[in-house]
Design a protein. Sequence first.
Lengths: 535, 535
Amino acid sequence: MSAGDRPKSIDLSHHLSDVSKARLPSPLKGLAKYISTPGLIPLAGGLPHPSYFPFSAIHVDALVPNSFAPITLEEHQPSTFSWLWNMFGLKEKTIPFTVKKYPEHPGDINLAAALQYDSAQGSIQLREITKAFTERVYQPAYEDWEILLHTGNTDGWSRIVTTFANPGDWILAEEWTYPSALASAHPWGIKAAPVAIDGEGLCAVDLRRVLSEWNEVERGGKRPHVLYTIPVGQNPTGGTVSAQRKREVYEVCVEFDVIIVEDDPYYFIQMPQYVPKEARKIHASPFDTDAEKYLRSLVPSYLRFDWQGRVIRLDTFSKTVAPGVRLGWFTCNTIFAERLLRQGETSTQAPCGLGQALVAQLLITWKPDGYIRRLRGLGQQYTDRRDHFIDLLHAKFHIRTSVSEHDFWKGRTVYDAYPKTGGLGEKYGTFGQTKYFSFVAPSGGMFIWLKFYFNSHPEFGKKPAETLEMQLWEEFAKGGVLLAPGWYFSADEENIPDGKYEGHYRISFSMATYPDMERGIDIIARVMKLFLDGQ
Amino acid sequence: MSAGDRPKSIDLSHHLSDVSKARLPSPLKGLAKYISTPGLIPLAGGLPHPSYFPFSAIHVDALVPNSFAPITLEEHQPSTFSWLWNMFGLKEKTIPFTVKKYPEHPGDINLAAALQYDSAQGSIQLREITKAFTERVYQPAYEDWEILLHTGNTDGWSRIVTTFANPGDWILAEEWTYPSALASAHPWGIKAAPVAIDGEGLCAVDLRRVLSEWNEVERGGKRPHVLYTIPVGQNPTGGTVSAQRKREVYEVCVEFDVIIVEDDPYYFIQMPQYVPKEARKIHASPFDTDAEKYLRSLVPSYLRFDWQGRVIRLDTFSKTVAPGVRLGWFTCNTIFAERLLRQGETSTQAPCGLGQALVAQLLITWKPDGYIRRLRGLGQQYTDRRDHFIDLLHAKFHIRTSVSEHDFWKGRTVYDAYPKTGGLGEKYGTFGQTKYFSFVAPSGGMFIWLKFYFNSHPEFGKKPAETLEMQLWEEFAKGGVLLAPGWYFSADEENIPDGKYEGHYRISFSMATYPDMERGIDIIARVMKLFLDGQ
């Protein structure tokens, strides 16, 4: 779709908060014509002279874009291998690049500019790169969308909270959601109204129900007009919303005039269905390097359906480059972008210039298709990690498989885990009847969400499940493995979903070594047995 | 003074805003004992594996710490020369250092850690460096102060606004102040009550007057309890508050229970008195390299007098390293630091790891005394630039000198500038009687503050001076020189100090080349003549 075919965004400025409306316009407004005059002698700003900047040149050894295999190769675990690179003194395969204070060619990344004060929008080069990337990968459905850099999605969301919500407002979020997003809103008295998740992720039907049944008096606040959602590899539940479901959610948001904040750090960690180890095949086309085909295989962003300009998409380099670069970007309509920019000018200003310069030069060095090759490789790495982790669960527990009829995992393959008992029972295929936990294989991201059963615990029914959840969490920690406790992810602080009977833990497979994963699962099995059976 | 001699801070937690008090405690509270257990298998956090980070090693060519002369050498203009380094292809004198993903020695800066998620406090190494620096240079007068990194003083102040002021509150600020500080507060309906400046900077007597005469009903808000101040090289007026004055201000703040936000980007750009070119001597002891002696020659920070822990000091690397690193730190009591940290966790998180790693390794490479040597050199650079700029004003205008009796510049040498008329009048020492502008030589920072007189303008008295100020500003811009208009710096948006008769401009001498400074002053002279005399 070419730009000309797309509609213009509609005016959604009534969504801005009072604080955002009160934010001053740019002081440069109306003066811009003078300020951009070539040859104007600048005696206005307090800019240090670049000759004082202590970095003359920065030379980087960067990984090659094809450092990680884009396919599953049996017995090939590149993530472990690359970790071993260091352990055995093996060298990572790198390409060098340099960023200089006084570069030779006009188009080069200029370290002097990167080290200077810059527009809070971010550097021109990195904005151009991210804009072209957004156009190519996400294809927004309207014409006048804008890019604005930020210092990571936490900063992005935090700015959105005060730009779109007044103190005391409600927002919408998945029933299980990212706690830091809630913590950004909490101090302003902004609470999250949970929307149910089903087997396909955020439930459009429940979204409509929450909005249509909204009772201002009961809730003590107006009907929410901001939806916070993590559509791919949802944190913590690991689900990924399909294109069709996104269309449905978008339609509900149009009907009820809700803006959608698409927090999408795991977009390139979309995964095919989990297949048990013994049935897993080597990927069909290991040498397929078609970037476009790969991109079209991914679930589209909400931007793809956004013909009105009501989506604010948050992208981050945290998962695709590194969290430490503190760099990401908003994609949204120009009115929203201008208000978010003003807020950035009086808080973070531009993201760190060193981060911007090195990431920009990295992407230039890799070239657009090289970066996409890298993203494929990364996605495969995390898929391998997920598969390995679930393989280990299969190896350490008896797993029974069923298709869920429960709303939450409806239609998905659920794995129920029972303890291995050892001895004769083990040999003849009978095993413990105490179901320990259930899970579905995540379809993206970095996490597996496990539902734990406490009904055989001596104190079951006598205290709330979340208390048992924390007791068990503590036992896990004492045993030597750190998980994330489920209550922490509940959008509703008081009513934890299924909190009466079940506990939940989020387990990350993104970081641990394969041997540590195995040790961790052994600890979970041992501690769980002691916790439930006292033996 | 050793740590043991110092009192503990008093409890000032009643200064926290409602929003800050409502901010959640750390989710790790109480769990810390488990999380820090060595050998704990981490399956909780969504951290990418460092093998995926694309930067293997970063090699930097850094300026040597003694790149800039710490003394005035006649005919030696190092800032211009270093700028010319590039113009003529001369090389900057550099030392190399490297930051590696997998460093060889335990104490080395670890690029893998810098690229990972990190505590919003900032990296351990950079905190240790800044803490030692703060202890050595500022010597806080109480024991339990804390360091917290931020992404620059704009971020620092922006966090302070919502941590200490409720919507609708008033804060205190110098009558002329940094507009971005006001812009951070403005959206929350937080207004600045101006405190007068006199020849020694922020006026303690006027501070007491404002506080003691505060009328809640008239002002529509409680008596302010937060003072925002720029004590060195004040932006825009260029003044520096003496130790004695700081003591007086601190005492008033104790009496009225006001916390002091010391925004001090120009601390190391303190300057000796301006001496006209013909009387200027080469510095007495050009080879004096005693770091301690230099540090003790600087005006002490408010921290030096802070026996209660009511100062929040904002330090930034923007002027001492480069603005693009977006890096600075808070120094304050532990209760304030904890609340500011929580806020950082849900907004910027840690500053950019690349910035932190390269700045930390730079400071380690330079060593503490090397960094102080660098700061001396920088201070001298800006002093040279100030001197050169004022020399040029002397060369281009007739300057009459007097000691001010006006409150604002009381006791300081004021330079009144009259046009050069050329021809016979010039030859015989008579000149134009139209006073164009007045200024005092700044005692620090990057700016000269000029008061312009419009009384000979045909429209004088018919329209407010700020209108003439903006007309003239526009004429300057059309003529080819960009200044910062004075109204922009007024703490009181409606009543601009002296706004009835005079206009003001802030001129920066930090960035322009010496030839550009000269051209800029020529334009100012030409445009002013046309503006006032129509010729």
